[in-house]
Design a protein around this ligand. Structure first.
Ligand code: ZN
Length: 222
């Protein structure tokens, strides 16, 4: 989002530009003129800028997670299980597949279900992988429902880069919670998607709820 000149600002809590807040002052002191710092330079004072904190995008800006090729050695979904859960943003480990936070989420609670094996196509997945990816997908929905109370989900796999797969070489199922109104002007006009909770915090909550969240549709009825 590049246009920050919107004067309404009400949806984001921004205050209208007020020059008193952005200009300092020179006052008479006992030993001569004293320059008083502008209030907006203080940490808790309003200023004319809106900020959208998206620290998870730093890895995208830095580009260090972009695989150089489609080999297993370059694959973030092959590397993740060798790291600590908190570090790799892993929510749950199964026998053939595991669940992790998407580093580039479309929404809060956007999870990915991946087989441990470096296979790219659903037809290459073993029977055990297909069964467990399906089971983990359902459990991911239950856990996200219990924690985040979404109104719906998008589930799906992009097969091949042409179909939108960011890491086409390693199969992954998207579990994207949806809320009424989440596709508002921000992503459509501003091409900006606010995600209000940091990924590490989301992971902690979802991992803690994995074994305790209600099954079936119970979570939706609370
Ligand atoms: Zn892989």
């Amino acid at each position: 989002m590049t246009d920050r000149s919107d004067s309404t600002g009400s949806a984001t809590g921004a205050r209208p530009r007020d020059l008193e807040h952005v200009q300092g002052a020179v006052l008479d002191g006992p030993d001569g003129p004293v320059t008083v710092e502008a209030p907006f330079q203080h940490a808790d004072a309003p200023d004319p800028f809106e900020r959208l904190w998206t620290p998870h995008r730093m890895v995208y800006v830095g580009g260090q997670d972009k695989p150089k090729d489609s080999s297993s050695s370059q694959c973030p979904f092959c590397a993740a299980p060798d790291r600590e859960d908190e570090d790799a943003l892993i929510v749950h480990r199964g026998e053939h597949a595991y669940v992790l936070m998407n580093l580039y989420p479309y929404n809060t609670g956007h999870l990915l279900v991946c087989p441990y094996r470096h296979v790219s196509d659903w037809t290459e997945a073993s029977e055990g992988e297909r069964v467990e990816i399906g089971r983990l997908t359902a459990r991911a929905m239950e856990v996200v429902r219990a924690v985040c109370h979404p109104h719906g989900f998008n589930l799906g796999m992009n097969q091949g880069e042409v179909a939108g797969a960011g890491i086409a070489a390693h199969l992954h199922q998207h579990v994207v919670p949806r809320w009424t109104g989440d596709a508002n002007f921000m992503p459509i006009i501003g091409r900006t998607k606010p995600v209000p909770q940091l990924l590490g915090d989301q992971r902690d909550v979802l991992a803690a709820a994995w074994d305790s969240a209600p099954t079936g549709l119970e979570a939706d009825e609370r």
